[in-house]
Design a protein around this ligand. Structure first.
Ligand code: SF4
Length: 1012
């Protein structure tokens, strides 16, 4: 194409410019001895009277002027043939194309048929099929967009097949063009907007394409500058002839640029929408342009960065500038009321349209990157307001609780792939939304609820959804994961993400269905417990806060059925925003490229989980409570505010006792073969039983051996909507403050008979509960005792006493959301709670922590329950701890730290799929159809981990990977000098492996490597 461009007989039309210049045309016709002319236009132009003055002048000068005004938007072959008949019947000698792109195309088509009377329009489809001189064509544009007055193209629709195609031949370039701004001042604002964006699309596609020349680049740059400087003003003040004239020039230059350098995928897709549904071409281009630019990705960073510089957009790198340019296009669209989606697209038509667009673009257009059919389909889906990918529900919505505005939006496919889903997607949304730190309890803060590709796929344990926000407990990003069935319902309602901003003056709840989202009055739910509020919301998947969230308890949670998004105070952010809950219902099913292949694999995955000793036996039998006894034996059971790792009365609160005395049945999340949840009998009622963390934090940590009380308080915490870990940790700290005489609050270790009362006081922020509701860190700031306020970054630790598990200690310290075992990589499982790797040794722990943090990050983002990652290592390693080979593995694993670190920084070496080991990556591949292997999966996890860290740094986290002195300075066992967490040396290695600086901040090199 580039080669052809040098040899084609290009010419530019002669130009008439200025107000009323159109009236000079009759003279020009006379100069050519034309005494009969056909004016091709449409009904709306005629009704506005735009050609009247010209027709009068023609007649005055004795020229017979015939009018064809039946041209329709996206002109048809029938239009051309009807106009041709008038031309021939009246012996016309020239054609005036008067109007927008459609009239121009129709007039050029007539000219082509005059030049080639024996050749049908359909036979002239494509490049250089006219090749004969046309009669003189005079172009009078009444819009400023198509640039058709300067182009070789004539686009027509075959009304029988609904196919829209182009005839391209330099013979079609008009002889003369009159750019008269007076003809555009009556153009309605919306048409001004869409036609102007059409001009911009021509220029951008020409500029980023591979066939441009110095001249086309100059022309495109002129167009882009003129559009950004004049279009919005022309839209808002249509009578201003200066902006109108500049927009006419913009369209003209754009026409010259694209007629030589060609267009691209935007046009290929726009033509199909015009052909199938008569979507006006300018509107289609305007809506499609940002989607396609997103999808070109890096291939257009350089040219778009140049255009960004041209119009003064900010950015340090080419990528940042390119994104700023795409955003500026979106902003311009939005400022002129151009939607982000196109109505009326029928899913059944998409394969045909994608096929046509694919064939139009390849090989005709010199696009910067060839789109596959799948990518084309993805664009159509996003034009429908869907996300556009297998494995995704489709839509995302922004809900502003301050204004009640609800709008759908989409994200580039590239972002969906890079950030997987769930917490990754949410981090990306939150990262992009702000430039600086934001307050957790403020209108600025967002609640981002996301689903993941595996949700709704029937993959095992894949019902988990995510809630991310800035935490009122830590001030950092928190992503809180939850099971149950809400995620599944949200996805079936058609949504991958809800982004909630602002705050409501009155209590509201959100109702999500396939037909839309609405806000409901929740004033009668105010003051209700979480289960009652859910009951009130009717059918579907539900979530709600209890009174703790209403009262802004800093670790209030969100409850869904009986499951909770527990950590970091997401419930308090709901409470601040006046949001009591959400209900979602629908029937949307995700698509997959090859469902049979997935089903076959899925069957094997479920069978493997059922066979594994942890996921098939231990968790179903005892739930997570099974770990109480193991932790006791490994000195890992947090006891008496983490001053010890063993609790003499542990048997009274163990998983075995829970099973023996209280268990009614197992219960779990939907699609889960593990069913780790417990249903227990309590005072004639069947209620949810406590998990390990609750048994530890409300049991051993308070020296409370009353299992019935723990069951009751666990139940109350769920009803009030309060995290049992942070509550238990805060109460333990308050007991020690009382013990040490720093705060006279009456709380004592081992005396827990008022715990139920304290739970209510805390949820209501009454009495000493007001301080306990603030969490350990803030209590230590008020009363002292920072060295034994057991938290990391402000979040209370889980029940694993880390002085017996160095890797777990490192994980707590480095977890982005604070003292979290899961976000920290959960090395306790390797250090005694499954495998028997030496917990007191720091050897290899930094690299193992990084590896598991990233693996778990990706698995969570994909939608899997983390318990499925337990089965990554073979059962034999857990089952036969005394076997010589197994002991060798335990001994060798930390020695492989260097190798693990090497593989981590060279993920390409893991560019394989081994479904038996990391089924999550393979499932993602089968469900989404995107490239995925173990290396890419871990790399995606690392990318998300780094993005979360960037948000934390933006919120002010520097040198923040610390643990309280009790854990790093006090020995757990006086006879063992390795029985405190040796954080500093591990942290140094950890930062090196992560590619972070000594303050825990990702370096630019690492971010570049991760594409951040
Ligand atoms: S293992 Fe437990 S938490 Fe995970 S999905 Fe299954 S029931 Fe839910």
């Amino acid at each position: 194409m580039k080669l052809a461009a040098h040899f084609l007989p290009w010419r530019k039309p002669a130009l008439l410019e200025g107000e009323n210049c159109v009236l000079k045309l009759p003279e020009r016709l006379k100069g050519k001895n034309i005494d009969s002319v056909l004016l091709v236009t449409d009904k709306s132009i005629m009704s506005l009277g735009l050609p009247d003055a010209l027709l009068d002048e023609l007649r005055k000068q004795g020229i017979n002027a015939l009018v064809y005004d039946e041209t329709v938007p996206n002109p048809t072959i029938d239009n051309i043939e009807a106009a041709l008949a008038i031309y021939q019947e009246n012996g016309c000698g020239g054609i005036i194309a008067f109007g927008g792109g459609s009239s121009m195309d129709c007039a050029k088509g007539v000219g082509a048929r005059v030049a080639r009377p024996r050749k049908s329009i359909s036979r002239m489809k494509g490049l250089l099929k006219v090749m004969h001189k046309l009669p003189p064509v005079y172009a009078v544009p009444t819009t400023a967009g198509t640039g058709s007055e300067a182009t070789v193209a004539c686009v027509v629709v075959d009304s029988k097949t609904h196919e829209k195609y182009a005839i391209m031949d330099p013979a079609l370039i008009p002889m003369e063009a009159a750019l008269d701004p007076m003809l555009t001042i009556k153009l309605p604002p919306f048409i001004t907007a869409t036609t102007g964006m059409d001009a911009l699309t021509h220029a951008v596609e020409a500029y980023i394409g591979r066939s441009n020349t110095r001249e086309t680049r100059d022309m495109a740059r002129k167009t882009v500058t003129l559009v950004f400087e004049n279009l919005y003003s022309a839209y808002t003040d249509g009578a201003d002839t200066k902006h109108r004239a500049n927009m006419q020039l913009a369209a003209y230059y754009g026409g010259i640029a694209f007629t030589r350098a060609y267009v691209g995928n935007v046009h290929a897709i726009a033509h199909t929408l015009g052909g199938m549904y008569s979507v006006p071409h300018g509107l289609a281009n305007a809506v499609i342009l940002p989607h396609v630019l997103d999808d070109y990705g890096k291939s257009v960073y350089k040219p778009l960065a140049e255009l960004a510089d041209l119009v003064g957009l900010p950015g340090d790198t080419a990528g940042q500038k390119a994104k700023a340019f795409i955003q500026a296009v979106r902003d311009l669209n939005s400022s002129m009321g151009i939607p982000t989606t196109i109505d009326g697209i029928n899913e059944d038509d998409i394969p045909v349209m994608a096929g046509r667009a694919f064939h139009e673009a390849n090989p005709t257009y010199p696009v910067p990157r060839i789109f596959s059919r799948e990518e084309m389909i993805s664009v159509y889906h996003r034009l429908m307001g869907k996300s556009g990918s297998h494995g995704r529900a489709g839509k995302m919505a922004r809900i502003d609780l301050s204004t009640g505005d609800i709008v759908n939006f989409t994200m580039p496919l590239d972002d969906l792939t890079k950030y997987v889903g769930g917490k990754g997607l949410a981090a990306k949304i939150i990262y992009d939304e702000f430039d600086g730190p934001i307050e957790a309890l403020s209108d600025d803060n967002l609640i981002v609820i996301t689903t993941s590709p595996l949700n709704g796929s029937t993959a095992p344990s894949s019902s988990r959804f995510n809630i991310s926000t800035i935490s009122p407990l830590t001030g950092l990003l928190v992503s809180s994961n939850c099971g149950g069935d809400f995620g599944l319902h949200l996805k079936r309602a058609g949504y991958d993400a809800l982004v909630i901003s602002g705050s409501s003056k009155n209590w509201v709840y959100i109702h999500v269905t396939e037909t839309g989202i609405s806000l409901g009055d929740a004033s009668t739910m105010h003051g209700m417990n979480a289960s009652e509020a859910q009951e009130m919301m009717g059918k579907g998947g539900k979530l709600a806060i209890g009174i703790a969230g209403e009262n802004l308890v800093r670790y209030a949670n969100v409850v869904s059925d009986e499951r909770v998004a527990g950590r970091g105070g997401v419930g308090a952010v709901f409470g601040y925003k006046g949001l009591k809950g959400i209900v979602a219902e629908g029937q949307t099913r995700i698509t997959m490229p090859d469902i049979d292949k997935f089903k076959k694999f899925n069957k094997k995955w479920i069978a493997a989980l059922k066979k594994h000793v942890l996921t098939g036996t231990q968790l179903p039998k005892l739930g997570t409570a099974a770990l109480v006894s193991m932790m006791q034996h490994r000195s890992m059971l947090a006891t008496r505010n983490y001053s010890r790792g063993r609790y003499d009365e542990f048997e009274k609160i163990s998983g075995e006792t829970l099973r023996e005395k209280h268990l009614v049945k197992n219960k779990g999340c939907v699609t889960c073969p593990i069913q780790c949840g417990r249903v227990v009998k309590h005072e004639d009622k069947n209620i949810k039983g406590p998990e390990l963390e609750t048994l530890g934090l409300l049991g051993s940590n308070l020296e409370n051996d009353d299992l019935e009380r723990i069951i009751r308080v666990n139940y109350l915490c769920d009803e009030y909507g309060m995290d049992t870990i942070s509550f238990g940790g805060s109460v333990g700290f308050a007991m020690e403050l009382n013990d040490k005489g720093l705060w006279d609050n009456g709380l004592r270790f081992g005396k827990c008979d008022t715990l139920e009362e304290l739970t209510l006081q805390t949820a209501k922020r009454e009495g000493i509960g007001a301080d306990i509701a603030e969490g350990s860190k803030r209590m230590s700031e008020k009363y002292g005792g920072a060295e034994y306020a057991i938290h990391a970054k402000g979040m209370e630790l889980a029940a694993y006493e880390p002085r017996a598990a160095q890797g777990m200690g490192l994980g707590y310290a480095t977890a982005n959301r604070g003292g979290c075992h899961l976000n920290g990589g959960y090395l306790a499982v390797l250090e005694g709670l499954g495998l028997q790797v030496n917990g007191r040794s720091t050897r290899g722990k930094a690299s193992i922590a990084v590896f598991f943090q990233d693996l778990m990050e990706a698995a969570t983002a994909g939608g899997s329950c983390l318990f499925t990652t337990y089965a990554v290592l073979p059962s034999a390693l857990y089952k036969y701890p005394n076997n010589i080979f197994v002991r060798m593995v335990y001994a060798m694993l930390p020695r492989f730290g260097g190798l693990i670190a090497f593989l981590h920084s060279h993920p390409g070496l893991l560019g394989i799929n081994v479904p038996a080991i990391v089924p999550h990556a393979y499932a993602y591949k089968l469900i989404t159809g995107q490239k995925m292997n173990i290396g890419r999966f871990i790399c995606a996890g690392e990318r998300i981990y780094n993005l979360e860290r960037l948000i934390a740094v933006r919120q002010g986290l520097i040198d923040g990977d610390t643990l309280p002195g009790r854990l790093t300075e006090e020995l757990q066992d006086d006879d063992d000098s390795s029985s405190s967490v040796q954080l500093e040396p591990m942290l140094k290695k950890y930062y090196k492996i992560r590619g972070w600086d000594e303050h825990g901040v990702p370096t630019p090199e690492r971010l570049r490597k991760l594409g951040l």
